[in-house]
Design a protein around this ligand. Structure first.
Ligand SMILES: Cc1cc2nc3c(=O)[nH]c(=O)nc-3n(C[C@H](O)[C@H](O)[C@H](O)COP(=O)(O)OP(=O)(O)OC[C@H]3O[C@@H](n4cnc5c(N)ncnc54)[C@H](O)[C@@H]3O)c2cc1C
Length: 435
C-alpha cells in the first residue's frame, strides 16, 4: 500500500476561528472488521454512523482529512426545509402524492437536526429556529414568490408562510433595496462546524471508531462483503456507505458516485464585528435571508458580523474576483458596510444533480451512497444518515424522488465545467434583466 496521502488543512473560516476544539482521531493502521464502513466524516457519514450504532451494528468511519473538512465544516449554517426543486414543480412533474412526500422529508430533515443537537447535547451548535425571509428584488420575482407561498398554503396546507410588504422587509433586513418578501418561520441557523464536531465528539463517547487522515484509496467487493483500503490499513465490512458528496473526487475509490454530480463552488465572506449601533440596525430578528435571484445570494448575522454568501469562482481554486463580487453585492444591499473590512473569506464545493434533488441509492447489494444535496444539505444530509442506516438494515424506506434506483450518470461528464459556466452566465443575464 502506497503511503502517499497528504491530508488537507481545514478552510480558514469564521467557523474554524470560533469552533470548540476537537482532539484528533487516530489514523487507521492495520486491519479492522465492521458491519459497515463509512467513507467520509461529514454530516451524512456521522449521522449514518450514529443511527447504525444505535441499532446495534458496528460502524467504522474513515475520513481522508479531518472530520468536518468538507462542506459540513464550512457551509453557511442555514437550515431550511426545501429542495432546489420547489414543491410546486415537484407537484407539476410528479403529482400530489410525491409533492407531499417530499414536503414531509424536507420537514423531517429539519427536525432531525434538532433531534441530533438535543441527543448529543451540542449547545455550541447554537441552533435557532428563527425563520428565513426570501427577499424579492423586483415586482416580477415578488409575484412569483407570492404565488408560490399561496400555493404552499392552499395545496400543501403550509399555514406558516406569510407575505411581507416592503416596510416589513426593510425592518427585517435593515436594507431598503427589496420590494417585499416571504417569511418562512420554520427555518433556522446553526454554527456548522460546532454541530459537526459535536456529532464527532458524541460518537467518540459512544465508542464509535472514527479514523482521520485515512482516505479510502480502493473499495472493492470481497465475497459477501467489501474491503476498503487506506494508505496504512484495511477495513473488512458487510456494507459500505459512500458519504463523500462534493468531495468524491479526492480518490478514485468513489469515482462512480462522482460521475453523478456537478461540483459548483460556493463562497462566503464575513465582516469584522460591527459597532453595536450598526449591528442593531441590520437583521435585528436574527433570521437568515435569501434573494429571489437565480444566482441566489444569502446573508445572516452571526456574532455581530454580516455573513454573506453566493456563487464562488469557477474551477478548482478560490479567486479574489469572486470574493470582490460578493462584497460588491453585499454593499449594494447594505451601503453602510462599504468601509467595514472583511475578516474572513472562504469557499467550498456544493454537489449539484441534473434533477435538482439529492440521490440515495445502492451501487450494488453491499454499497450504499447519499449525495447531491444541491447546496441545501445541512438538514438533509443529517436525515440521510438515518435513512442509510435503515437501508443497511434492509428496511423499506419511502425516499420519494431521492430514490436513485439506478445511478444517474451525467452525460458528457467531461463537459460539466464549461456547462456550469454557460448556465451561470445565462442566469446572471436573466437576473440583470430583472426576469
Ligand atoms: C460554501 C458552502 C455553503 C453551504 N451553505 C449551506 C447552507 O447554508 N445550508 C445548507 O443546508 N447547506 C449548505 N451547504 C451544503 C452542505 O454543507 C452540504 O450539503 C453538506 O455539508 C454535505 O455533507 P456531507 O457529509 O454529505 O459531505 P461533506 O461534509 O463534504 O463530507 C464529505 C467528506 O468526505 C471526505 N472524503 C472524500 N473522499 C474520501 C475518501 N476517499 N476517503 C475518506 N474520506 C473521504 C472528505 O474529506 C469530506 O470530509 C453549503 C456548502 C458549501 C460548500
Amino acid at each position: 500500500m502506497a503511503n502517499a496521502w497528504t491530508p488537507m488543512t481545514p478552510a480558514a473560516s469564521l467557523w474554524a476561528d470560533t469552533a470548540e476544539p476537537l482532539s484528533a482521531f487516530p489514523r487507521l493502521k492495520g486491519e479492522q472488521q465492521a458491519d459497515v464502513v463509512i467513507i467520509g466524516a461529514g454530516y451524512t457519514g456521522l449521522s449514518a454512523a450514529h443511527h447504525i450504532a444505535k441499532s446495534g451494528l458496528a460502524p467504522i468511519v474513515l475520513e481522508a482529512n479531518q472530520p468536518g473538512w468538507g462542506a459540513s465544516g464550512r457551509n453557511g449554517g442555514v437550515i431550511t426545509a426545501k429542495f432546489r426543486l420547489s414543491f410546486r414543480e415537484i407537484d407539476a412533474a410528479h403529482g400530489r402524492a410525491m409533492a407531499r412526500r417530499m414536503y414531509e422529508i424536507a420537514h423531517e430533515s429539519v427536525d432531525m437536526v434538532e433531534e441530533l443537537v438535543s441527543e448529543f447535547g451540542i449547545t455550541g451548535a447554537r441552533l435557532t429556529r428563527t425563520g428565513q425571509v426570501k427577499a424579492a428584488h423586483n415586482d416580477a420575482t415578488l409575484r412569483a414568490a407570492t404565488n408560490e407561498a399561496a400555493w404552499m398554503t392552499r395545496e400543501m396546507r403550509d399555514t406558516e408562510v406569510s407575505i411581507l410588504d416592503p416596510h416589513q422587509v426593510r425592518d427585517e433586513t435593515g436594507s431598503s433595496v427589496f420590494v417585499g418578501g416571504i417569511l418562512n418561520p420554520g427555518s433556522g441557523g446553526i454554527h456548522p462546524l460546532n454541530y459537526l464536531r459535536g456529532l464527532a465528539r458524541g460518537l467518540r463517547q459512544r465508542r464509535v471508531p472514527i479514523f482521520q487522515e485515512s482516505p479510502v484509496l480502493t473499495l472493492r467487493r470481497d465475497g459477501a462483503g467489501v474491503i476498503a483500503e487506506t494508505p496504512d490499513g484495511v477495513v473488512r465490512a458487510r456494507h459500505a456507505i459512500i458519504a463523500t458528496n462534493s468531495y468524491s473526487d479526492l480518490t478514485s475509490a468513489t469515482a462512480r458516485v462522482q460521475r453523478t454530480l456537478v461540483p459548483f463552488r460556493s463562497a462566503l465572506i464575513a465582516t469584522e464585528k460591527l459597532s453595536p449601533n450598526l449591528a442593531g440596525s441590520l437583521m435585528p430578528t436574527g433570521r437568515s435571508y435569501t434573494e429571489t435571484k437565480r444566482m441566489m445570494r444569502w446573508f445572516r448575522k452571526v456574532d455581530d458580523r454580516v455573513v454573506f454568501g453566493g456563487r464562488g469562482a469557477f474551477g478548482k481554486q478560490d479567486s479574489d474576483s469572486a470574493f470582490d463580487a460578493l462584497r460588491k453585492a453585499m454593499v449594494g444591499i447594505f451601503p453602510e458596510l462599504a468601509d467595514i473590512p472583511l475578516a474572513f473569506k472562504w469557499s467550498g464545493l456544493v454537489a449539484m444533480t441534473l434533477d435538482s434533488v439529492p440521490h440515495v441509492g445502492r451501487l450494488d447489494d453491499r454499497t450504499l451512497y447519499a449525495v447531491g444535496y444541491n447546496g441545501a444539505g445541512v438538514a438533509m444530509s443529517s436525515l440521510m444518515g438515518r435513512y442509510l442506516a435503515a437501508l443497511v438494515r434492509g428496511e423499506a424506506v419511502d425516499l420519494g424522488l431521492l430514490d436513485a434506483d439506478s445511478l444517474k450518470i451525467i452525460p458528457f461528464y467531461a463537459l460539466r465545467a464549461p456547462a456550469v459556466r454557460v448556465v451561470a452566465g445565462w442566469y446572471q443575464f436573466l437576473d440583470a434583466a430583472g426576469r
